[in-house]
Ligand binder design. Structure first.
Ligand SMILES: *Cc1c(COP(=O)(O)O)cnc(C)c1O
Length: 952
């Protein structure tokens, strides 16, 4: 590896380390290890067709040129995406700070209190602004949030409504939402009816309705009579609402909404060509056990002190599998954190001020445009005005606008709309007026000063919001910076230590990959901007699609899905469309191994398929005989197989080709879950194992940071015969000739973060990518070699090696020492480490995945910690330590415990907090003791306490 190359920085192992590690494993070379690990019949030739690797420096220079092809127009397109101002303090301290963006999903609550406090703030903010009782910690985008509301209310129907399957959707809902609802409704047997809410006749066949507030045209409709009529017929009401407008308008919760959804993008989050942004979902308390996604709730720790953790986890797809009512694995935590920070920084007065300024600007603009002789059509509006151009040709006006670098929303041959945002100041308003004046050939008029609101008196908000101290304390930058630091310090992220989460691939998220995300040429682009303004983005997208196709061995790619779970769903919908297209629409059975991730069966059910579980043998491999007999049994209805490769057991199953052949023989398609792609890149690929389609978790294998639980991207890659069915989009053409309806609100999902994976591939090149895989496998096998003397390794491949991860079997400790796998997870915190994956895919085990980015020194510290913990378990087993009162059961230990006047535990403080020498160098203190999950679930509270200790 060249000292100058990015690979040298991305891969943590140095030459001398490598020799030592190989010796420990007992092989003579890295290539020998790879040959022993990856079955011969699926190995591929070296990757061809990728660009030569760039250095970090040359990459950024190159990317600047591509960025320059994006044109920075002022955007007044609206449609769910608005100009906003990201406060510098949030940009620098959260968005560009690995302390926030490299954290994992907060499953280990004691070392994730900081981001959970911010998510609790987020939930409080959403509840306050919408007037609802409970909110989750974000969803993927507004359109999927609306779809989740549709399915939640469908599954929560009362007895009387059991036969009602119709959802009425107002015509004036954003087009991308309408299109996505179609995708989600059809497989579940939900019928959609689109129409004018004013002529809607409530009948028993409807279970719910969906309206937009203010509507897609910008008009503020008064839905109160409509809602009352719906209620009288037991029909539930979903409202997609602009959260900023709710600072001024009566919130839907006050006029009877059952669910309120929307995006928090305009709370300081860059447009980013469509995302990532956090969608919100708020509802009534009575639906708390049906709510999709994650909820942060309050609870207590072992000392009875307040603590936070993810609530009601048993609703998640990981546990409920095919019975899950939704499938949100990756949320948008980082973006929810930023939106909450925006609300905290501005406070209720600041938000009101921002909303009022936007609103007044819209009125001033409307009045000036009216004065020029045009007709503004909206009666009552927040930020969007709609203009009838009269005799002025729309093409002429558009030409003038584009010459002045402005985008409007062109609705039809006579009408356009203009949506204003926080980033629009008087100068821009004057520029807009000049465009309209020029189109008419008249002189511009000046903007009025003060104006009266156009909002109906009785829809003005009177209720207070964001009254909690947290929203009223940090309005100076110094105070805000310190509040953010205070939260950041409570969380363990990759800038502290290795996070060896099996299946989650917590690798380096390199700074050079992240830097371009702050460039306005990428962050300020609207997802529906005209094609000739986004050539930079399209260049990146086309090349990324091509490179991912090369890496997977497939033909075509859709970058639309916003998470791995969405990718699974997209892939299955493509398979479904393929079968239907061939007149085989009855094929609806999908085989899924028992070891699969919970999202697999959940996605299959959402795609309208029937799940049949395939057994695994005692070595953890798919039971080929069981698979064969199930494929035969369901031959006529077989839609396909979902398989994870290498398996979730961390093994390259050598029978994989035989398995995929069996499925094809019976007319099925093979879906490969790409979560473990980090063990494949450059050595094998999904096409080589016989798959037809796969998703890739760009936030695992391709270096997008996890953001503390999102964002993510889950593009799908398909063989040629499936390419025509890749997802389309109602506004920007994507997908194939028989495109399925969209999976995400934006045409290319979260466009902004695609740049990270693009950078990763371009800087590593074919050899670097392949080396990343080899070193990931080396590191896992090195850990195996060090730990197998202390812990049983659950599964290995035919030659005794593991792939890129390994499973430690901890089940015997329960019998011998009353120690459970969570005790080990919590004890690791005292050693400064985040736990590996707990109890997946096998209960009572730990799954370790070091990735290629870690150094031998860090891996050794981790192994030392695991070995030391093993000795602590042994002390209990031998009766030298108490079965209940011991270092593991009491873990994690806080600084407060250690420095208390009293110390009554039967071991020393040093043993509690500094069990190995290296710990003292870089001690990480969990901010709470072990949290009590059951208490929090029994006493569910998901917003800030009125005078809570979280506030200071
Ligand atoms: C992470 C993971 C998923 C889900 O991906 P998300 O992006 O979190 O939705 C699915 N399958 C496996 C095996 C995974 O590890």
């Amino acid at each position: 590896m060249n000292y100058n190359s990015f690979a040298y920085r991305h891969i943590g192992i140095r030459k001398d380390d490598e020799a030592e590690m190989l010796r420990e494993i007992g092989v003579s070379s890295l290539d020998e290890l790879i040959l022993k690990t990856v079955p011969e019949n699926i190995r591929i030739k070296p990757l061809e067709g990728l660009d030569a690797p760039k250095t970090e420096r040359t990459f950024l220079t190159h990317l600047k040129k591509i960025a320059a092809k994006n044109k920075l127009f002022r955007n007044y397109i609206g449609m769910g995406y608005y100009g906003t101002v990201l406060p510098g303090v949030i940009q620098r301290n959260i968005f560009e700070n690995p302390g926030w963006y490299t954290a994992y999903t907060p499953y280990q609550a004691e070392i994730a209190q900081g981001r959970m406090e911010m998510l609790l703030n987020y939930q409080t903010m959403v509840c306050d602004l919408t007037g609802m009782e409970i909110a989750n910690a974000s969803l993927l985008d507004e359109a999927t949030a609306a779809a989740e509301a549709m399915t939640m209310l469908h599954s929560a129907r009362t007895k009387e409504k059991q036969n009602s399957h119709k959802l009425f959707v107002s015509d004036s809902v954003f087009p991308q939402t309408k299109a996505l609802l179609k995708t989600r409704a059809i497989p579940l047997g939900i019928e959609l009816e689109f129409g004018d809410f004013r002529t809607f006749k409530p009948r028993d066949e409807y279970y719910a309705v969906l309206v937009q507030y203010p509507d897609a045209n910008g008009e503020i409709q008064d839905y109160r009579t409509f809602v009352n009529e719906c209620k009288a017929h037991g029909i539930h009401v979903i409202v997609a609402a602009d959260i900023l407008s709710l600072a001024l308008l009566t919130p839907p919760g006050e006029w009877g909404a059952d669910v309120v959804v929307g995006t928090t993008q305009r709370f300081g989050i860059p447009l980013g060509f469509g995302g990532p942004h956090a969608a919100y979902f708020a509802t009534k308390d009575e639906y708390k056990r049906f709510i999709p996604g994650r909820i942060i709730g309050r609870t207590i720790d072992k000392d009875g002190k307040p603590a936070l953790r993810m609530a009601l986890q048993t609703r998640e797809q990981h546990i409920k599998r095919e019975k899950a009512t939704s499938n949100i694995c990756t949320a948008q935590v980082l973006l929810a954190v930023m939106a909450a920070a925006y609300a905290i920084y501005h406070g209720p007065d600041g938000l009101r001020h921002i909303a009022r300024r936007i609103h007044h600007n819209a009125i001033r603009l409307a009045s000036s445009i009216d004065a020029l002789g045009y007709k503004q059509l909206n009666k009552s509006y927040f930020d969007t005005i709609r203009i009838d151009l009269g005799e002025v040709e729309i093409s002429k006006l558009r030409q003038i606008a584009e010459r002045n670098m402005m985008n409007f929303n062109y609705i039809d041959s006579k009408t356009l709309s203009i949506s204003l945002g926080e980033a629009t100041y008087d100068e821009s308003l004057e520029d807009i007026v000049r465009v309209f004046a020029e189109a008419k050939g008249v002189s511009p008029v000046s903007l009025p000063g003060e104006v009266e609101t156009t909002m109906p008196e009785d829809l003005l908000r009177t209720s207070p919001f964001l009254t909690h101290p947290v929203f009223n304390s940090y309005h100076s930058e110094t105070e805000m910076m310190r509040y953010l630091k205070k939260l950041e310090r409570k969380d363990l992220a990759l800038n502290q230590s290795m996070i060896a989460l099996g299946s989650c691939t917590m690798k380096l998220n390199a700074a050079t990959e992240m830097i371009p995300l702050s460039w306005p040429e990428f962050s300020d682009i609207h997802p529906f901007a005209p094609a000739d303004q986004v050539e930079g983005y399209m260049h990146i997208i086309r090349e990324l699609e091509r490179d991912l196709a090369i890496i997977t061995g497939f033909d075509s790619v859709s970058l639309q899905p916003n998470s791995g779970a969405q990718g699974e769903y997209a892939g299955l919908m493509v398979i479904r469309a393929y079968h239907q297209h061939r007149g085989q629409g009855h094929r609806n059975v999908v085989l899924i191994p028992s070891s699969a991730h919970g999202t697999n069966p959940a996605s299959a059910v959402m795609a309208g398929m029937k799940v049949v579980v395939v057994k695994c043998d005692e070595n953890g491999n798919i039971d080929v005989n069981d698979l064969r007999s199930l494929a035969e049994k369901h031959s006529n209805e077989l839609a396909g197989l979902m398989i994870t490769y290498p398996s979730t057991h961390g093994v390259f199953e050598s029978a994989v080709k035989e398995i995929t052949d069996i499925i094809h023989t019976h007319g099925g398609q093979v879906y490969m879950d790409g979560a473990n792609m980090n063990a494949q890149v450059g050595l094998t690929n999904p096409a080589a194992i016989g798959a037809d389609v796969c998703h890739l978790n760009l936030h695992k294998t391709f270096a997008i940071p996890h953001g503390g639980g999102g964002p993510g991207m889950g593009p799908i890659c398909v063989a040629k015969h499936l390419a025509p069915f890749l997802p389309g989009h109602p506004i920007v053409k994507t997908g194939g000739e028989h495109a399925i309806t969209p999976i995400s609100a934006a045409p290319y999902g979260s466009g902004l973060i695609l740049i990270i994976s693009y950078a990763y591939i371009k800087m590593l090149g074919a050899e670097g990518l392949t080396n990343a895989t080899k070193y990931a496998i080396l590191n896992a096998n090195y850990i195996k070699a060090r730990l197998e003397k202390h812990y049983p390794i659950l599964y290995t491949g035919e030659n005794g090696t593991v792939a890129h991860e390994l499973i430690l079997d901890c089940r015997a400790f329960k019998r011998d020492a009353s120690i459970e796998v969570v005790d080990i997870a919590k004890r690791l915190m005292d050693y400064g480490f985040h736990a590996p994956t707990v109890s997946f895919p096998v209960a009572g085990t730990l799954m370790i995945e070091p990735t290629e980015s870690e150094s031998k020194a860090e891996i050794d510290r981790f192994c030392d910690a695991m070995i030391s913990i093993r000795k602590e378990i042994e002390e209990i087993a031998l009766g030298n330590a108490d079965k209940i009162n011991n270092v593991l059961k009491n873990a994690p230990h806080t600084l407060e415990m250690l420095t208390a006047e009293e110390w009554s535990l039967p071991y020393t403080r040093k043993k509690a907090a500094y069990p190995l020498d290296y710990v003292a160098e870089n001690k990480f203190w969990p901010s709470v003791r072990r949290v009590d999950d059951a208490y929090g679930d029994r006493n569910l509270v998901c917003t800030c306490e009125p005078t809570s200790s979280y506030a200071e």
